[in-house]
Design a protein around this ligand. Structure first.
Ligand code: S3P
Length: 437
């Protein structure tokens, strides 16, 4: 990766204008994978040309799928059908992408060949047992190393459907079981403890797969074929989140983000910020039938107040906590987040790394086993933040500079390219004083 190793962000500044962030990461991964096992060619527009989705594209190439680019964000996937993937010659490298590794585990478990999944140092530390457990119940043969990668899959073509009650709200686990269920005999049923993002279910339906929904249970009959389709990927709400919070802190008077995905399983941050006093106006856009909902978001500067976030609210804003904690640090009063244990097993331990960074900026806080307590302050100190290679931590602290008294230097930022290629240039154009060093 050629991206800068660190950023220096000047204190203060303001944001204005209109911008569009890159395509949704979750949806881009899924469009490639479902396009690969569909019959016919799938055209994807608005694709996220970031390192994580490129890992998925490269892995599919190693499985014999042809992927053609007709521009940075326009992709055609030549589907090989449900039985058309072929054995890879070498381990498949998922890079930094947890979604790729977990979804590929479900996709590859029922194949007629073996495959091994590996990743970068961060991904090699992340828990994989959560997908292996239900897949093993279906008859899959998968080996991990103390529950972590490498994931060694011994392809087992005759999986059996199960009814699985997820012990935690995880779209990655749900998706892995759904992908395996497509190739299993019988009806696979999955019940979630709380709603998690439903992009897989929506996209399977767009590819012609019949799914039944009843409360928090989704059911799918094995053996269904996917028909190629067109996928218009909206701008990623999780990337927009950095600019939503930035605009709450320092828009003069407002910042508009266009074509943002507003699937309700993703937009928990809007509810949290509104409860803090944010003025965010959502202007829905028309979309094709079956497509993900999108909107333009107009965000005004507002005085934020601290809030209490409950466990039930966590899954709907799971990836937004790094930047939410920055909003809390700039708010008046106290903010408490509990029931967020999952943040400890993301690209980094996001509770610990955020606590350390907030401490470096002089923010009063308490690190809890499953959350964080923060007392907001008028202004933040400057300082040096080690992002530990976590893209969302790096971008969150760039936003913090809007309220800092001195520059903030952010280390180890190359992985920002996994989810938000061009962040530095977009941030500068919006008004942040960010220099890549
Ligand atoms: C994702 C699901 C979430 C999220 C991740 C992307 C997905 O993970 O944190 O960034 O695309 O399915 P979990 O399923 O582990 O909650």
């Amino acid at each position: 990766m050629s991206a800068a190793a660190r950023w220096r962000v000047r204190p203060g500044g303001s944001l204005a204008g209109t911008l569009t962030v890159p395509g949704d990461k979750s949806i881009s991964h899924r469009a490639l994978m479902l396009g690969a096992i569909a019959e016919g060619d799938t055209r994807i527009t608005g694709f996220l040309n970031g390192e994580d989705c490129l890992s998925t594209a490269r892995a599919l190439g190693s499985l014999g799928v042809r992927i053609e680019w007709s521009g940075d964000t326009e992709v055609r996937v030549r589907g090989v059908g449900g039985h058309g993937l072929s054995a890879p010659a070498a381990p498949l490298d998922m890079g930094n992408a947890g979604t790729a590794m977990r979804l590929f585990t479900g996709l590859l478990a029922p194949q007629r060949f073996d495959a091994t999944l590996i990743g970068d140092a961060s991904l090699m530390r992340r828990p994989m047992q959560r997908v292996v457990v239900p897949l093993a119940m279906m008859g899959a043969q998968i080996r991990t190393h103390d529950g972590r990668p490498p994931v060694e899959i011994h392809g087992t073509p005759h999986l059996r459907a199960i009814h699985y009650s997820l012990p935690l709200a995880s779209a990655q686990v749900k998706s892995a079981v759904l992908l395996a269920g497509l190739a299993a005999a019988g009806r696979t049923r999955i019940t979630e403890p709380a709603p998690s993002r439903d992009h897989t279910e929506r996209m399977l339906a767009a590819f012609g797969v019949q799914l039944e929904h009843a409360g928090r249970t989704v059911t799918l009959e094995g053996g269904q074929r996917l028909r190629a389709t067109q996928v218009a990927v909206p701008a990623d709400f999780s990337s927009a989140a950095f600019f939503i919070v930035a605009a709450c802190l320092a828009a003069r008077p407002s910042l508009t983000l266009t074509n943002v995905g507003i699937n309700p399983t993703r937009t928990g941050l809007l509810s949290l910020l509104r409860r803090m006093g944010a003025d965010i106006r959502v202007r829905p856009r028309a979309t094709a039938a079956g497509a993900e909902p999108v909107a333009d978001l107009e965000v005004y500067q507002s005085a934020l107040r601290g809030i209490t976030v409950t466990e039930a609210e966590v899954p709907l804003s799971i990836d937004e906590f790094p930047v939410f904690f920055i909003a809390a640090a700039a708010a008046s009063g106290e903010t408490l987040v509990r029931g967020a244990l999952e943040l400890r097993v993301k690209e980094s331990d996001r509770l610990a790394v955020m606590a350390e960074g907030l401490g470096a900026l002089g923010v009063e806080h308490q690190l809890l086993p499953d959350g964080l307590w923060i007392r907001g302050a008028e202004g933040l100190n400057g300082g040096t933040i080690d992002s530990r290679g976590d893209h969302r931590i790096a971008m969150a602290f760039a936003v913090a500079a809007l309220r800092a008294r001195e520059p903030i230097e952010i280390l180890d930022v190359a992985n920002v390219a996994t989810s938000f290629p061009g962040f530095a240039a977009t941030a500068r154009a919006a008004g942040l004083g960010l220099d890549a060093l």
